[in-house]
Design a protein. Structure first.
Ligand code: AMP
Ligand code: MG
Length: 491
């Protein structure tokens, strides 16, 4: 059952928290809003009728021209460590939570508009988002979801010709971001740093009640510790998932860390093309604090800051024990994911060396990470062409030959047939990821009001493990002559 716009059910639980948690603020209208993208797939999950896309009231509502009955717009307050530096107060400076949409099965979903105008927390900012950054965030969230990795998602983009000034003049857009919750590590840090421990507990109770109800039955002295441990676990597993798909978030400040362990706040992110452990997607990150291979460590660092903020609720030994479990959780998760990428269902002696040598080889070669694993999925000793394709990808067979022979011998020891192994590997090795050049191509078209590339790319990202014949171009690195797009925090 789906509903039209004026029939949606709202239950704004976050808005019922005391005033300390948020500023009540309505979106500031944009000029002449038009619908650039609408996510029918997510709309179905939210039980929103697909006809909403054609309803002019939708673009007016998202563009801030009208308020929808039942919504209670607000901007949440938080704090955080930005590039390791403590910032005592932040908050939604341009994202406004309109309300919580509830479905017939009592799922609640935050409907947030990002780029909706200034709030008390806008600091030096204009409260806006440029079209380019909303397109990137929409595509990235959907790509991540298609890969099976927890993330915020996007319901729509409403664009406008309202000018917005960054390095140059651009135009504004509003992203409709959807998540079960947008509460961040920094939300807890804010109240802890002000010694407002009642608010720390209130927020923890809120988050546990709505998002971790499995812990409600525990006595209070265990409940918060068990919940913190779960947040640490989820964060470690998220870092493993990012590692396995070659995703670099770029701004892992503690205010961009989700309490649900989902990917949050896509800014200068990238899926890398060539494998490079030291990859830094964020041109503003000169020290490489948030480089690809630093993410697991930074995830733990952020969990430690969250743990400190929860010390009024979680006994210190329990917090330390949870943090100490992070490394094992991460290692176990990433090992499982990489083994699956290599088609190794059994655990045999020598596997660790085989995996390590592959990553060394990929680093030296260099090689396109996503393409490598996709080609490897199809590689089999019985079809020499598939092996030749691997050598071509790896450029220099003298490097790759020995490793490939070892891998072929190793998968021969698997119980699965080559066909079964291929199917299993292709189900975890995507053919398509959101490469920067693809995002840029979609953006360039969208700026000219051509949304066809957007829809085409979305179809790939929604089902990234399928072949999509005819779309091979999108499974490749940047086309010859592409100038690398510099992505920074400017959005
Ligand atoms: P980010 O690192 O992009 O997630 O943003 C850090 C903080 O800056 C958050 O509190 C944002 O709400 C705020 N912010 C970013 N861009 C703007 C903007 N254009 N106007 C107002 N606030 C912004
Ligand atoms: Mg942020």
């Amino acid at each position: 059952m789906t509903r039209p716009l004026h029939d949606l059910t709202w239950d704004n639980s976050f808005a019922r928290l005391p005033d300390a948690f948020a500023e009540r603020v309505a979106p500031t209208p944009v000029t002449e809003p038009w619908l650039l993208a609408f996510n029918e797939d997510l709309a179905a999950t939210l039980e929103i009728s697909p006809s909403v896309a054609a309803d002019p009231a939708f673009a007016r509502w998202i563009g801030g021209l009208d308020q929808l009955p039942g919504t209670e717009p607000l901007a949440a307050i938080y704090a955080g460590h930005q590039f390791g530096v403590w910032v005592p107060q932040l908050g939604d400076g341009r994202a406004i939570l309109l309300g919580e949409l509830t479905t017939s099965s009592h799922q609640r979903w935050d409907i947030q508009v990002k780029g909706a105008g200034m709030t008390r927390f806008s600091r030096m900012g204009d409260g806006r988002a440029v079209l380019r950054s909303t397109v990137r965030e929409y595509l990235a969230g959907e790509a991540m979801h298609g890969l099976g990795i927890p993330t915020t998602r996007s319901l729509a983009i409403v664009a406008s010709d309202l000018p917005v000034y960054r390095e140059r003049a651009e135009t504004a857009a509003v992203l409709v971001r959807v998540a079960r919750s947008h509460v961040r590590f920094g939300s807890f840090q804010l109240f802890a740093s002000r010694q407002q421990f009642a608010e720390v507990q209130q927020l923890a109770d809120y988050v546990i009640e709505h998002h971790f109800p499995e812990f409600l039955a525990l006595p209070a002295e265990d409940r918060y510790a068990a919940w913190f441990r779960e947040v640490v676990d989820r964060t470690a597993r998220l870092m493993a998932a990012w590692t396995a798909v070659g995703f670099n978030h770029g701004v892992m400040n503690s205010d961009n860390m989700s309490i649900l362990g989902i990917t949050l706040d896509y800014g200068p992110f990238a899926w890398f093309d060539d494998y490079d452990p030291a990859f830094i997607c964020n041109h503003s990150d000169s020290s490489g604090r948030y480089a690809f291979d630093q993410q697991p460590r930074v995830g733990l660092w952020n969990c430690a800051r969250l743990g400190e903020a929860l010390l009024s609720l979680v006994p210190e030994e329990a917090a330390v024990a949870a943090l100490e479990s992070y490394r094992d959780t991460f290692e176990l998760a990433v090992d499982g994911l990489i083994r699956a990428k290599l088609g190794l269902a059994r655990r045999l002696d020598g596997d660790a060396a085989l995996i390590r040598d592959l990553f060394d080889l990929m680093h030296q070669t260099p090689v396109d990470y996503t393409r490598f694993f996709r080609l490897l999925s199809a590689a089999t000793a019985s079809d020499p062409d598939t092996i030749t394709a691997m050598h071509v990808e790896l450029d220099d067979p003298s490097h790759s030959e020995a490793w490939l022979q070892r891998w072929i011998a190793r998968v021969a020891a698997e119980p699965a047939s080559d066909l079964e192994r291929r199917a299993a590997m292709e189900a975890v090795n995507p053919k398509f990821v959101l490469r920067n050049w693809i995002a840029q191509e979609v953006i360039d078209a969208a700026v000219a009001r051509d949304t066809a590339p957007f829809e085409q790319v979305m179809a790939l990202l929604r089902r990234p493990f399928d072949e999509h014949p005819g779309m091979e171009r999108y499974a490749e690195g940047p086309p010859e002559g592409t100038v690398e797009v510099a992505v920074s925090c400017s959005s």
